[in-house]
Design a protein around this ligand. Structure first.
Ligand SMILES: [Zn+2]
Length: 298
């Protein structure tokens, strides 16, 4: 089994500065620990034609290189189905017919943990099940045996979060992100997961699912996001935040790369040149504020 890190973008549009910074950090974490670095396109949902090619081009432009072929989730349905079958045979799944609205109303009950599925369909009897099947297609949920789970993160230390009966397969047949990511990381030999800290809250669910599937839990490092001057997560509305838009304002990819390196306290140059100075423990713990104008100021 290889030892590897990864970057796993959704091809929904061009990568922005925040995505590129996370990719660069994932590369630095992997390469500084002698790991391979893999690229996985998470295209089960929200894929836009042409976006993948743009994303690969932009990653290469700032020096984020990857090993082997790019893996796409849409080509991996059988792997996800196999994992779901294993869980179902172990009695660890059930069908859920709730609408979004029904879940919101039930989840607002005072005893329910915030954001957790309230378990409405957990114990339907045969007649209820058959009636509900005749009305709408079912999603498949995990029958979780715990209410919370603790993970260890390189930057956050011990983190305990909610584990509920989360969705494994949506009612439109699409594999849910939490299942796909766990199956993919294991199958690809990924034992180090570096990604934005907006994903930290869902990590206990994924680690718990890995434990049910007898999959080793990877090392996690959830890195701070990039924000605009209002402290809001960077987005397209913040102006020139993609390499293509920045190039139009006279900022070349190499300059963007150097600013990204500087934002984590590393010298400019190629990523390989910056690598020896990379210290995970010295990474800033605060979000990085992107100020577009500064890129054109000497
Ligand atoms: Zn339900």
């Amino acid at each position: 089994m290889t030892s590897a890190g990864r970057f796993a973008p959704s091809p929904s549009g061009e990568l922005h500065i925040g995505n590129l910074r996370t990719a660069m950090l994932a590369w630095l974490f992997a390469r500084s620990t002698g790991r391979a670095f893999l690229l996985r396109v998470e295209d089960l949902d929200r894929a836009r034609a042409g976006a993948e090619a743009e994303q690969l081009r932009d990653l290469a432009a700032i020096g984020v290189t990857w090993d082997g072929d790019v893996v796409r989730q849409t080509a991996r349905g059988p792997l996800y189905a196999e994992a779901i079958t294993r869980l179902t045979r172990a009695g660890l799944t059930y069908e859920c017919f709730c609408t979004r609205r029904e879940i919101q109303e039930a989840a607002s009950a005072p005893h329910a943990p915030q954001g957790a599925y309230p378990g409405t369909c957990r114990n339907l009897d045969r007649a209820e099940l058959e009636f509900k099947r005749s009305i709408r297609p079912a999603a498949l949920r995990l029958r979780a045996g715990v209410a919370e789970f603790t993970v260890t993160d390189v930057l956050h230390g011990q983190f305990t979060g909610v584990v509920d009966d989360f969705v494994l397969r949506r009612n439109d047949g699409v594999t849910a992100y939490n299942l796909a990511v766990v199956v993919d990381d294991a199958e690809q030999g990924i034992d180090q997961v570096v990604r934005g800290d907006d994903l930290l809250p869902s990590t206990p669910r994924q680690a718990y699912l890995a434990s049910l599937l007898n999959i080793p839990i990877p090392e996690y490092a959830h890195v701070p996001l990039v924000v605009n001057h209002d402290g809001v997560r960077l987005a397209k509305r913040d102006g020139a935040v993609t390499l293509a838009d920045l190039a139009k304002t006279g900022v070349a990819a190499g300059e963007v790369r150097d600013r990204l390196l500087a934002s984590v306290g590393l010298p400019g140059g190629t990523l390989g040149q910056a690598l020896p100075a990379f210290r995970p423990g010295a990474l800033p713990r605060e979000p990085w504020v992107w100020t577009p104008k500064a890129a054109t100021t000497p």
